[in-house]
Design a protein around this ligand. Sequence first.
Ligand SMILES: [Zn+2]
Length: 154
Amino acid sequence: MKCPYCGSENLKVIDSRAAEDGSIRRRRECAVCRKRFTTYEKIESMPVFVVKKDNTREPFDRDKLIDRISRSTYKRPVSAEALSAIADEIEQYGQGSPRHEISSSEIGEMVMSRLKDIDEVSYVRFASVYREFKDVNSFMQELTDLMNKNRLES
Ligand SMILES: [Zn+2]
C-alpha cells in the first residue's frame, strides 16, 4: 500500500476498527508527508480444506455438504436454516483449526451429532450412508441403541 499523496510506502496505522459491513476501517498516516487517509479492508475468510480418508485435500464446499446432508433430511422436518447452521459450524471449526483443515471423518461426526439432536430419522439415514454399515447387524445395533436411549429419556 502506498500513500495516495506522495507514494511512500512508509505508512503507520493510527486507528483501526470494524466497519458496519464487516470490513476493517483503518486510519493511516504517511510517515513521509504526514497526511492521513482511511482505508477499508475486506476481511477475507480463510479457505478451509477437507482432508479425505486417502489424505488428499480438497477445498471445503459448503453447498456440496448441504446437498449431501439434505439427502438424509428429505421430507423430514429439518429446515434449510438448520442445514445451513450445521455447514456454518463445520466451516468455522475448520477455520479455527491451526492449518484450516478439517478431516472428512470430523465432518461426518459433526453432522451426525447435530442431526441426532434435530431429527433422528435423518440421523439414521445419514449415519447409514456415512458409516457404510458393513452388514445389517451393525445397522440394527445402531437403531437399537437409539431406541434404548429414547426409552431411557422418555
Ligand atoms: Zn505521503
